[in-house]
Design a protein. Structure first.
Lengths: 528, 318, 269
């Protein structure tokens, strides 16, 4: 028995030594940026995806997972260039003869992957398909506002609206938020299975795929951007586990990884990293359930939390908090005057609660905090917030939910406080309407949030074209939103991609248009 | 023997039916809506009620429970497990594909653990009393006490990240490039094999030690029979019965272990599919996967029982 | 029982139990507060084992986690042992269709791969502590039922049982006084090994995110959450891993030594 214990002790020592040898952080700052060298042709890039694209339908949203697929295989009429400005894609140019009419001049000589030519018919067919309620396209309601769509000649499309819409052109960008990609009229007419097959005009065509495995894209030799794409082949590999995906990048299994967690960025000094943010982290408050139906309680919560601490602990201190202005810095609708509207101020929180009729934080009825606890981006900030609420004296209980319940709750309002996130559809402040207008499905509706003046302002803002007027409108709108405090505003969720140093041409489109990065694979080349 | 066989088979069929029904009921009662997942509901998009209804109708999710159950059973009889709600692919197809991959890990792992386990167990039994025995004992105990995800993570840390000898995760088609595929297989297979190896080793050691204490062994030795022949041909054969029983149990346990191993190493097998399907409430896939795993489990148990009964004359009379 | 294995592991388990009961009083940082300034620190500077990604003391998390581990494993094994033994006893003693029905039900329970079933059920019920204990408990019932069943069948034939019946003693008295004591020995062995298995299952489920939700300091969950930071500070993964392994090891060793001293014939279990 002696010997057995000795054997065990020996093994333990060995294990401990091995473990301590394995520790030790490497810690320099991540490098980024590309050289401005001439692109080399050829090569295969391997790209690590977070999850399978749910389907390939160019007109139906399938979340981030299909961004790179839809963006490479299909095109929209317009796109954003690397300065974040709208530029022509399948439409060479456009004009606006009057505030409610747009005329697109289509590019000639573009072909689909199956060889058929692209023309105005395809645009109309695509728009009609989007309009069809059976398609369940996110842009369906938008296309339904068109009073007329016509093709006076094969390369011109003319669209008339009932009322002016400032975001009209933004909506025609081919990306996975808008899903206004152009598909072939023939395909649509013959019942092409868009969910499982692809036929687009994009830089790459999907050659083969296997769910949960890999998606192989081949270069479109007839792509309309001359000399592009540079790559011959793109292989997307599904690696759902963050760590596994980053490890795959480290070991060279993939050249590019999406959704790199912030904690890995610090150790990726031998790689190019692309940090940015297009999403929020916030806590939804159900204005339909007491005690949160009282504005003062909601405001108080916004004064209880310490955003800096949440940002530091949950996201490594990266990016920015949201303490007032709702748009990103650099956006022309960013209001510097609103900075610091909310900050940690327990005295103020206590007095607001008193005004609401609660003499002490402990008097506030217990509230349930629903959190999608297996998702780090929700769970981590929630852990910190929970302690902050409890330290302040509030009775908050943690309720773990899964993704299906999270989604369902957004629609049915089955929560008091829910940890959540959202992505902005684009840089135009009209993006606020999708969340804060009282008819906003999945946001205001379920939470019974309604402010008539706000509704009015948001509707006006979408229709006004005068820039100065819009600035006034949206500034007031933001002030109302902040005052109503439908959510606990927290911070911009940092996200990042990373690539091997030999991957060139990838950049984060400025202006909060990070979602656009994924549709620009024709600009990528390998310096090998 | 035959009546025993028939009875066991009948019971097996009933069990499998029970499994299918329970799975069906549970899956339908899961909270959450697959229509949301299919429409890509998420942070940037909220489907309208109309859109959700359209999808539900298309997928037959709005039919009554008995109707769905009937069509489910009917499909099963035809070998049709339905189609994935999210990808539209036939479930049976995906399961077949993925089962192959899971087996690609499980079979080598079980073969490795069985042969090595028996071999080491015999060595340990023969080394009884000397230093090697307790060391092997401890290793054996540790082998089935350490959780499989810990083993996995430690291997990744040392072999993949620090030493960079092996890729940290992933999968490659075996038929396309065997060598590359093997590199991906090494760590998950070892992680999966460790616990069964430890259990098999311990059981082997125990039963062999017991056999070695029996009279016939002493007699054989006295008669001059060579030790190696004695041990491997006679003693081991007699000790096989409980060892086989234990190996049978390990095969069943390996199904569970493979779920975690596939998660840690991102191996696209059945376990991973199950976790993903539960996430997106993909009913047909969840049903199909749990059904498949349970059926296999039942069959493995059946096989184990049958071979045990066959080899053990004392049980045949039941 | 002067077996040194038993003594060493017994002591370890006593410590574990102590921690489970009095953890919050012993832990260096009982309020488990998050601390932005102390993220991912290696051992030292007031943190004996270092800190995790939230700046929480790892040692504290492990001590607090002990309570959860013991609760889930002891709770589930208790449920399984009591229920399973009762089923086995009744089935074995009364025989006939009762035995048939009960043991068939037990067989049916065994036809699901346990871990897969647990994943499935917990997704349905939600990852609450009670659900976890009950689910794992139910999963383990068959092994106790079987053991009790086998032992009861053997004990039923014994002389003193026949005698008691002949004398007209009441059924439940016979079961309790004559049969039950036979079950104790194998039961204790099973319980000890079972606790080890329960800990492994609980940590596996927690690792997959199905265990008690945060902020509960479950060992398996800590590993899953801190695995992302393995390169920056492996201590957050190493220590909970060691804790789980040590606890399971201790229970297994005790189970082994109990079995060796109580009844070597039970090796097949």
């Amino acid at each position: 028995m002696d010997r057995m214990l000795r054997g065990a002790a020996l093994l333990l020592v060995v294990a401990f030594v091995a473990a301590s040898c394995a520790s030790g952080p490497s810690g320099s700052t991540p490098a980024g940026g590309q050289a401005d060298a001439k692109p080399k042709l050829g090569g295969t890039i391997r790209y690590g995806l977070v999850r399978d694209p749910i389907h390939f339908d160019p007109h139906v949203s399938a979340g981030q997972s299909s961004m790179s697929l839809q963006g490479s295989v299909y095109d929209g009429l317009v796109e954003y260039n690397d300065q974040g400005k709208l530029t022509g894609a399948l439409a060479e140019s456009w004009e606006q003869p009057d505030p409610t009419t747009y005329v697109f001049k289509l590019r000639k000589g573009v072909v689909f992957h199956d060889g058929s030519a692209f023309d105005a018919e395809d645009v109309l067919a695509s728009l009609n398909r989007i309009k069809d309620p059976k398609t369940a396209a996110p842009q369906g309601p938008f296309v339904l506002t068109f009073t007329k769509m016509e093709a006076p000649d094969p390369f011109t499309v003319r669209i008339t609206l009932a009322k002016p819409n400032v975001t009209f052109l933004d909506r025609f960008v081919g990306d996975s938020n808008s899903t206004m990609f152009m598909a072939s009229a023939t395909d649509i007419a013959t019942g092409f299975d868009f969910r499982k097959k692809t036929n687009g005009t994009g830089a790459f065509s999907l050659a083969s795929y296997e769910p949960g495995g890999q998606y192989v894209f081949k270069k479109n030799a007839k792509y309309w951007k001359p000399g592009q794409p540079y790559l011959d082949e793109m292989i997307q590999v599904v690696i759902p586990d963050d760590k596994a995906r980053v490890n795959a990048l480290r070991s060279g299994e993939v050249d590019f990884a999406e959704n790199v967690p912030w904690q890995e960025l610090a150790t990726l000094d031998k790689f190019s990293t692309y940090p940015y943010s297009v999403s929020w982290v916030m806590v939804r408050l159900n204005s339909g359930k007491a005690p949160l139906d009282n504005k003062k309680v909601r405001q108080a919560l916004n004064f209880v939390v310490d955003r800096q601490e949440v940002m530091q602990l949950a996201f490594g201190g990266q990016f920015r908090v949201i303490d007032g202005p709702l748009q990103q810095i650099g956006n022309s609708f960013y209001w510097k005057e609103l900075e610091g509207t909310y900050k940690k101020d327990h005295a103020k929180a206590t007095s607001l609660l008193a005004e609401a009729g609660y003499k002490a934080p402990a008097d506030v009825p217990a509230m349930e905090f629903s959190v999608f606890s297996t998702f780090a981006a929700h769970n981590d900030p929630a852990q910190v917030l929970l302690q902050q609420f409890q330290k302040f004296g509030l009775k908050v209980t943690f309720k773990a939910i899964d993704v299906a319940t999270l989604n369902a709750n957004r629609g049915n309002g089955n929560y008091q406080m829910q940890m959540d996130g959202l992505s902005f559809s684009g840089p135009d402040p009209d993006n606020l309407r999708a969340f804060f207008h009282s008819t906003a499905v999945g946001h205001a509706v379920a939470a019974k949030f309604k402010n008539d003046k706000l509704d009015q302002l948001l509707t006006q803002g979408a229709e006004t074209t005068d820039v100065e007027k819009r600035r006034t409108i949206y500034k007031e709108a933001e002030q109302i939103i902040l005052d109503e405090a439908p959510w606990v505003f927290l911070l911009w969720r940092p996200t990042a991609e990373a690539s091997a140093k030999h991957v060139k041409g990838y950049l984060v489109v400025p202006g909060g248009l990070g979602a656009q990065n994924f549709g620009r694979w024709e600009y990528i080349w390998l310096d090998k | 023997m035959t009546s025993f066989l028939i009875r066991r088979l009948l019971i097996t069929v009933v069990l499998i039916w029970l499994v299918t029904t329970v799975v069906f009921m549970f899956v339908r009662l899961l909270p959450g809506d697959p229509a949301m997942a299919i429409l890509g509901a998420g942070e940037s998009f909220q489907p309208t009620e109309a859109q959700l209804t359209t999808v539900r109708q298309r997928l037959g999710l709005d039919r009554s429970l008995p109707e769905q159950y009937a069509s489910y059973l009917g499909g099963l009889a035809r070998g049709d497990l339905g189609s994935s709600l999210t990808s539209g692919r036939p479930v049976a197809l995906d399961l077949g594909l993925r089962l192959g991959r899971t087996l690609q890990l499980m079979v080598p792992a079980l073969l490795l653990s069985s042969f090595l386990g028996i071999a080491i167990g015999v060595v340990a039994a023969r080394a009884r009393g000397r230093l090697l025995d307790p060391v092997l004992s401890v290793i054996g105990l540790v082998g089935f006490s350490v959780p499989v995800f810990v083993i996995g993570n430690v291997m990744v840390l040392i072999l993949a990240i620090q030493l960079e000898w092996l890729p940290s995760s992933g999968y490659s088609e075996f038929t396309q490039d065997p060598l590359r595929s093997l590199r991906y297989m090494v760590m998950p297979t070892i992680a999966l094999a460790l616990a069964p190896l430890a259990v098999t080793m311990r059981m082997t050691r125990t039963t062999v030690v017991e056999e070695l204490g029996l009279d016939y062994v002493r007699t054989a030795r006295a008669k001059g029979l060579r030790e190696r022949v004695l041990v491997y041909r006679h003693v081991l054969k007699n000790a096989m019965l409980p060892i086989l029983a234990v190996i049978g149990l390990q095969v069943g346990a390996a199904f569970s272990g493979s779920v975690i191993v596939e998660y840690v190493f991102n191996w696209p097998g059945v376990g991973r599919l199950l976790l993903q399907a539960i996430d997106s409430r993909d009913y047909p896939v969840i049903q199909g996967t749990v059904l498949l795993l349970s059926t296999l489990f039942v069959l493995v148990n059946l096989l184990t029982d049958l071979s045990y009964a066959y080899l053990n004359p004392r049980l045949r009379r039941r | 029982m002067a077996d040194p294995r038993f003594v060493v592991c017994g002591l370890f388990l006593l410590v574990l139990t102590f921690l489970a009961l009095f953890g919050p009083f012993v832990a260096p940082y009982p309020d488990d507060r998050v601390n932005a300034a102390q993220q991912l620190k290696p051992p030292g500077g007031g943190f004996l084992l270092g800190t995790d990604e939230f700046g929480r003391d790892i040692l504290t998390r492990i001590i607090l986690g002990a309570r959860l581990t013991m609760l889930v494993s002891l709770g589930s094994v208790a449920i399984a042992a009591v229920t399973g033994t009762a089923i086995g006893l009744v089935a074995g003693y009364f025989g006939g269709w009762i035995e048939g029905a009960l043991m068939r039900a037990v067989d049916a329970m065994l036809s699901f791969p346990p871990f897969v079933l647990a994943i499935f059920v917990l997704t349905f019920l939600g990852p609450k502590l009670e659900n976890l204990i009950v689910t794992i408990g139910i999963l383990f019932i068959p092994r106790y039922a079987r053991v009790a069943h086998v032992v009861t069948l053997a004990a039923k034939e014994k002389d003193y049982v026949e005698a008691a019946r002949a004398l007209g003693a009441r059924t439940w008295r016979i079961i309790l006084r004559a049969i039950l004591p036979n079950v104790f020995a194998p039961l204790i062995v099973q319980v000890s090994l079972g606790i080890g298995s329960a800990i492994l299952i609980e940590s596996g489920l927690s690792f997959l995110g199905l265990g008690p939700p945060p902020p509960a300091a479950s060992w398996g969950r800590s590993i899953q959450q801190s695995a992302r930071f393995m390169q920056l500070n492996p201590h957050a993964v190493i220590w909970p891993s060691l804790a789980i392994s040590a606890a399971v090891l201790a229970f297994n060793i005790i189970g082994d030594s109990l079995r060796d001293s109580l009844d070597p014939r039970l090796r097949i279990i």
